[in-house]
Design a protein around this ligand. Structure first.
Ligand code: ADP
Length: 154
């Protein structure tokens, strides 16, 4: 049984993230989502709300928050694959470096990249937060349950 961990901040989850999770579910036996807690950064949505929204978008998915190294969290959950998404060459530069470091930390855990769908390449959680602060239409970026919660936050 191959378990893949999809780690990120998911602040908030977007259609881009959802697509990567679903693609992972089609290939691996199980995909779990890990929200990395960054004690230096408060974030836009509280961690509990991010978990709730991911579960609302993807039924039956396991979602956890974690502190510390992603490879350690992966091992705790029996994951041998780190799932990542690539939107463009800038993502590749960053993600490739991260993958090399993680491979150095634990050579048994492999990073697998999925490319974003063309219609998702411009979507980022950062742009969603920027647009919502100007009360713009973000229905192409995130599902309706996420939109409602973002409007409640601003
Ligand atoms: P963001 O970069 O939007 O803040 P995260 O830190 O939560 O998102 O990213 C987690 C993973 O999801 C990273 O591998 C990132 O490249 C990928 N990702 C983010 N947005 C998209 C998207 N629109 N399409 C595909 N992958 C994405």
């Amino acid at each position: 049984m191959t378990i893949a961990l999809y780690a990120g901040s998911f602040d908030p989850i977007t259609y881009g993230h959802i697509d990567i999770i679903e693609a992972g579910q089609n290939i691996f036996d199980k995909v779990i989502v890990g929200i990395a807690i960054n004690s230096e950064k408060k974030g836009f949505l509280p961690i509990e709300k991010r978990i709730e929204l991911i579960k609302e978008c993807i039924p039956n998915i396991e979602v956890y928050s974690y502190k510390g190294l992603t490879v350690d969290f992966a091992k705790e959950h029996g994951a041998t694959v780190l799932l990542r998404g690539l939107r463009n060459s800038a993502d590749f530069e960053y993600e490739n470096q991260l993958a090399q470091i993680n491979s150095k930390l634990d050579c048994n855990i492999k990073t697998v990249f999925f490319t974003a769908k063309p219609e998702h390449c411009f979507i980022s959680s950062t742009s969603v937060k920027e647009l919502i602060s100007y009360k713009q239409d973000i229905s192409d970026f995130v599902p309706s349950c996420v939109i409602k919660n973002l409007f409640d936050t601003i």
